[in-house]
Design a protein around this ligand. Structure first.
Ligand SMILES: [Zn+2]
Ligand SMILES: [Zn+2]
Length: 422
């Protein structure tokens, strides 16, 4: 992406020169305020409004200002833009002094104009490459979308937030006025909420104290799950990785259940938290799941997604018998350890890691795998294993792996199907 942006800078420069010739307004009276020094240039003291009219930079005085680095051609930017527009409009309707200034990485003036027309806030003119570059440098912008939030009064560097995108995703407009104090307060609230978390307050609401069983008309009281280890499975039928992971989770679910029946001790259950787009998608997806589910479109789904800060699906959150969160990485643990991952506690994971280190001692140092033409070398976290995506099963891995030193192909040790070397 960076390369693409760099090569476009030539175009910006040409455009800027072309613009300079026709734009002979001469010097304007530029105020020496902080926003001016950041956002104006020596021959421009205005920003562009959505309809293209000029708005003086000085109108930002007294407002909390978000500098929004973004580009139309990049889908994560477009996704975040929608969320930011929502937050911006809410804040402005309630009279909060908040403004956003768009700093474009668009490909050309046309793309910029189209993108800008969607945005209800101000923009730096596309032709002003110098200001854009100075802002990139000053705030050390390495990737987009990026939202830098400046405070109107407190101009110290530590009052400036660099992770506005994450903050808006996590807290939305609650984070306003985006001060460090406000964020600390929100973090404290989140902590308290998690400390007082119980299965009942997570999974029920005023209108519903049950989950769906099979058939979905069967209502299973949430109370019947108290004292069990619970997996909250966030997924949807339109999500390809979710659909791919589901049969694996089904098979491991049965294995864990079987194991527990033999031990007649604790119990395990999974609850589907659906982000399907329609009832039909939900029905056919839930039909292949042997576990319980929240009803399609239930308001609790949104609350859980926020509460656990679920940023992508599929996601498997594990709750202990006391209703407290054990881990948000249930999916990863299932991929790494299958049914052995149960009950997903830190102690269990430590034990499994030790076992795997022990077992790795007897694994061949190198291996030819039927799915790959080069020799693969056994690596650990320390010798270059790190977190990876297995090229054989497409799932995450960490710790031990077989890695191709030629091309980076990497697989779980369990996924290697050794080839006859003869
Ligand atoms: Zn694998
Ligand atoms: Zn290779």
């Amino acid at each position: 992406m960076r390369k693409e942006v760099m090569s476009l800078e030539e175009d910006y420069r040409n455009l800027k020169q072309a613009g300079a010739k026709t734009n002979g307004d001469g010097e304007k009276n530029i105020s020496s305020s902080r926003f001016s020094s950041l956002l104006a240039s020596k021959d421009r003291d205005f920003l562009l409004s959505p309809d293209g009219t000029q708005v003086q930079v000085s109108e930002l005085e007294g407002k909390v200002v978000g500098l929004y680095f973004s580009a139309n051609w990049y889908p994560p930017c477009r996704n975040f833009t929608e969320i930011l527009i929502n937050a911006y409009e809410h804040l402005n309707r309630s009279g909060s002094k908040f403004e956003v200034v768009f700093v474009s990485s668009d490909e050309d003036l046309d793309a910029f104009n189209k993108y800008r027309a969607l945005m209800p806030w101000l923009s730096i003119p596309f032709s002003d490459l110098e200001t854009k570059k100075a802002l990139d440098r000053k705030f050390d912008i390495e990737s987009i979308p990026c939202l830098i939030i400046l405070q109107p009064k407190d101009t110290k560097d530590e009052a400036t937030l660099h992770d506005g995108v994450e903050i808006i995703y996590r807290f939305g407009i609650q984070a306003f006025p985006f001060t460090k104090q406000r964020l600390q307060e929100l973090e404290r609230q989140v902590r308290e909420k998690h400390e007082s978390q119980t299965l009942t307050n997570l999974l029920t609401n005023l209108d519903r104290e049950y989950l769906l069983g099979h058939p979905p008309s069967k209502q299973v009281p949430v109370d019947s799950l108290l004292g069990k280890t619970i997996g909250l499975f966030f997924s949807a039928q339109w999500c390809r990785p979710g659909v791919k992971f589901t049969p694996k989770l089904v098979s491991i679910y049965h294995k864990i259940k079987q194991l527990l029946t033999q031990q007649a001790s604790e119990d395990f259950e999974v609850v589907f938290v659906s982000s399907d787009r329609d009832q039909q998608g939900f029905d056919s997806y839930f039909n292949i799941m042997p576990w319980l589910s929240l009803p399609f479109g239930d308001p609790t789904i949104k609350i859980l997604t926020k509460h656990f800060d679920v940023q992508g699906i599929p996601c498997l959150i594990i709750l202990g018998p006391d209703g407290k969160t054990i881990t948000k990485h249930g999916r990863n643990l299932i991929n790494l350890y299958q049914e052995d991952a149960y009950p997903f506690t830190e102690a269990k994971v430590d034990l499994l890691e030790k076992q795997i280190d022990e077992e790795a001692k007897s694994l061949p140092k190198s291996e030819y795998h039927v799915g790959h033409k080069h020799e693969l070398t056994l690596v650990s976290q320390e010798t270059g294993g790190g977190p990876f995506i297995c090229c054989d099963c497409d799932e995450q891995g960490s710790g031990w792996a077989y890695l191709c030193l030629d091309c980076g192909y990497e697989v779980h040790p369990k996924c290697v199907r050794a080839m006859d070397r003869g």
